[in-house]
Design a protein around this ligand. Sequence first.
Ligand code: GDP
Length: 424
Amino acid sequence: MVKAIVGANWGDEGKGKITDLCAEASDIVVRFQGGANAGHTIINKYGRFALHQLPSGIFHENITNIIGNGCALNVESLMDEIDSIKSAGINFRLLISERAQVLLPHHVLLDVYEEERLGNKAFGSTKSGIAPFFSDKYAKIGLQVWELFNDELLKEKLEMMYEKVNVTLKYLYNKPEINFMEVYGILKGYAKCIKDYVADTSLFLRNAIKENKTILLEGQLGTLKDTDHGIYPYVTSSSTLAGYAAVGSGIPPYEIKDILCITKAYSSAVGEGPFVSEILDPTEAEELRKRGGDKGEYGATTGRPRRVGYFDTVASRYGAELQGATEVCLTCLDVLSYLDEIPVCTAYEFEGRTYKNFLTTDKLYASKPVFEKLKGWKCSIKGIRKYEDLPAEAKAYVEFIEKEIGVKITMVSNGPAREDIIYR
Ligand code: GDP
């Protein structure tokens, strides 16, 4: 059985926690897209971890964790993550797709220089090199992992690649050029670090499907950051949709039987772009920000404050529909316990008309949220394990969202720890 765990919103919905939880009953967990540019926070008996590239099944020693071909492999940052897992005394199994592409030093530099060049038109990139990486991948000049082990080919490719990169560095950005042999040395170091993990992971997964293994495909970010369907151009450079999970892991699409879509009880976003239900009052926003997540809404990778807003049913329904959600998990319900009334954005007003469907970026920028207010429950709901034990107002909130999204909410998360979960 193959299940995808993906985000309905802008990312940071709590996918890591839910994957860690669902991983308990799985044989394999796969990361199918993204790179070191975003992180999952996971809190379990070993401590608090910010995972960027390692799949969230890494804490379970009987699970095979796979970094799929759809990922942007940042070897240096992966080695740091592996060290943090090893030093917590965790035994793990990891495979890296021989077809994953390798993030190169110039990707990070070009990301930084381009954001500088764009000035106040910058995207708010995490500057981890993701956009230049995917540009190279689709321009077919990137490097797949297997190429690290072919010395002659590698040298030849790097020489050609840096001829072009250096023109950009020198003439567009006025920055120092890169010697391709230095990069060659770095990459040979990468090859040594990862060689024991490299495998034909698509074959491994196809065989695992034949053996009826349980496989989780773990997404990064959420629908609204998808390159095609998100708030373009304020998106990430790879698809965040379950539809891409088959491509990014190398399995047939029809094998994905269950799509668990994660949405948070309020909204948060990082980077630039339209955010219709954003709380614009700084005090009101800070109140929610500091209560959000497990340590406030601050980026797991960058530490930067996230923009926060109330729940947006228009964006979340769109997010869940594009993911093809078969079930929804609502996280961070506990965070809203302080509010007397909870505004929920149920429509957008644009040029005098009311919209219930998601719009293109220009229209979103010009849209105003239409809020309905639900009654708050004003008491702690942490520690509750049964749905019927939730206060009536909290249940009403969950059921209101469920009706608006149109997909069954099967899980409600009421705290950051693995055990803070209510199944319905
Ligand atoms: P991901 O990238 O989707 O995994 O999300 P992040 O890890 O970036 O952000 C989610 C944050 O919310 C993390 O700090 C989690 O520990 C935290 N979290 C997850 N579920 C809950 C929950 O139900 N309640 C609270 N308070 N925090 C949660």
